[in-house]
Design a protein around this ligand. Structure first.
Ligand SMILES: Cc1ncc(COP(=O)(O)O)c(C=O)c1O
Length: 437
């Protein structure tokens, strides 16, 4: 196999190509590797295959759609599935959020939401609100908007100075106080007050358009919001007329046992960004779900025969993606996938925390069907401890796990059963022990 032409994303290309890890097919909870091994998927691909791989209903919907309408534009044209997919998604979203703008992935969703926030304030006659606030260690994809509001140094340093007028909250991870918390950590809600006490004092609220956060920070190593934190952010944003955007690219579609994290926390943002689980990852698709107010203000500000929002993608509401989304959302409902995740969460939590006490494990944190296991880095070699465990799991334990820095993140498909949870954690524990030094 020639490997040189595929320049791989977020990959150590030379290291990978020296010993490629290849997956060739998948079904339910398992991948099959190129060399024929069945690999238990502890990560739902990349936090996205929530209903399990190759769900027959989704496969069938895509196949049928590919044979009937390959593509239709949605600029000044449309096709019926686009409206059906939007209605289905709106009916699953928190009640106040019911206007859906489609894009192709999470990064586009983030940039769409940020642009929507700016355009909304401008349409209200408040164009001075152009500042955006994100959070340290936030991951909001890889567009220039997303890396600017995001807070991962590695994703920013190669790419210049990013958007102007962006500031960041501190992240709420506090291992010293909250290590081995089960569910929401006790300490840290006061970090949300920084929005008002520090950032709005510095910049003045009248210059701020939106605050964007992941309700649960996934990609930077599973940072769970402290009790009361998100409600505080909501209250401060409401008080100062600032839009609150939840980036639910990971938390959407059942990861916490409810359709969205907004439902789980009972905290309503003004916009939700989603992607990944929207189509069970079978076709790329993302969406921003906004309140009717945002939509109406923006749309009604333009003359009736003029385009209101100068934004969109050739593949917004692509027919294949719409077919996959409709089928996926039906599967979630019909098979009660979110309810199953909620029911399994306590068992998953117990299994995750059974790794406490293993060599080098310095924190375990969890919520819903997500957990992060943070390891002490090897001296002078950060990331290698977790990476070695990841490799051992793949080659020797037939497990797919994910690592970021020295944190192992697990987020299996929501259909995982108890025996599979037992296997996931016991084999991971074996790998951690075998590599302890
Ligand atoms: C919270 C969050 N936002 C945005 C993204 C970017 O999504 P995509 O890779 O589909 O562009 C991700 C991807 O993991 C994510 O976790």
């Amino acid at each position: 196999m020639q490997t040189e032409h595929f320049w791989m994303p977020f990959t150590a290309n030379r290291q990978f190509k020296a010993k490629p890890r290849l997956l060739k097919s998948a079904k339910g909870m398992y991948y099959t590797s190129e060399d024929g091994r069945e690999i238990l998927d502890g990560t739902a691909g990349l936090w996205c295959v929530n209903a399990g791989h190759n769900h027959p209903k989704v496969v069938q919907a895509i196949q049928a759609q590919a044979a009937s309408l390959d593509f239709a534009p949605t600029f000044q044209m449309a096709h019926p599935l686009a409206f059906e997919a939007a209605s289905k998604l709106a009916s699953m979203a928190p009640k106040a959020l019911n206007r859906v703008f489609f894009c192709n992935d999470g990064s586009e969703g983030v940039d769409t939401a940020l642009k929507m926030a700016l355009a909304y304030h401008r349409a209200r006659g408040d164009a001075a609100r152009c500042r955006l606030i994100g959070r340290e260690r936030g991951y909001h994809g890889v567009g220039f908007g997303g890396i600017s509001v995001g807070g991962i140094a590695g994703n920013r340093k190669q790419f210049g100075s990013g958007l102007a007028g962006v500031d960041h909250l501190r992240h709420p991870l506090n291992i010293a106080k909250n290590a081995f918390s089960k569910g929401l950590p006790e300490h840290g809600a006061e970090l949300a007050d920084e929005l008002e006490l520090r950032l709005l004092t510095l910049h003045d609220a009248s210059s701020v358009a939106a605050v964007i956060v992941e309700p649960l920070q996934g990609s930077t190593g599973v940072i769970i919001p402290p009790q009361g934190y998100l409600q505080k952010l909501r209250d401060i944003c409401t008080k100062h007329g600032i839009l609150l955007i939840f980036d639910e690219v990971i938390t959407g579609f059942g990861r916490l046992g409810s359709a969205f994290a907004a439902d789980y926390f009972g905290v309503m943002p003004d916009m939700i960004v989603c992607a990944k689980g929207l189509t069970n990852a079978a076709v790329p698709m993302g969406a921003v779900i906004a309140t009717q107010t945002i939509h109406d203000v923006l749309v009604n500000a333009a003359p009736k025969d003029q385009i209101e929002f100068f934004h969109g993608y050739t593949y917004s509401a692509h027919p294949l993606a719409c077919a996959a989304a409709i089928a996926t959302l039906e599967v979630y409902r019909e098979e009660k996938i979110f309810e199953a995740a909620a029911a399994m969460a306590p068992y998953f939590e117990q299994a995750a925390h059974s790794l406490r006490g293993l060599p080098h494990v310095k924190d375990i944190r969890n919520l819903g069907l997500v957990c992060g296991i943070e390891l002490e880095p090897q001296i002078g070699k950060s990331t290698t401890r977790a990476y070695d465990i990841f490799e051992k799991c793949f080659w020797e334990k037939n497990l797919l796990i994910r690592t970021t820095g020295d944190i192992i993140a697990l987020s299996p498909p929501l259909i995982i059963d108890k025996a599979q949870i037992d296997r996931l954690f016991s084999q991971l524990a074996d790998a951690i022990r075998e590599l302890a030094n």
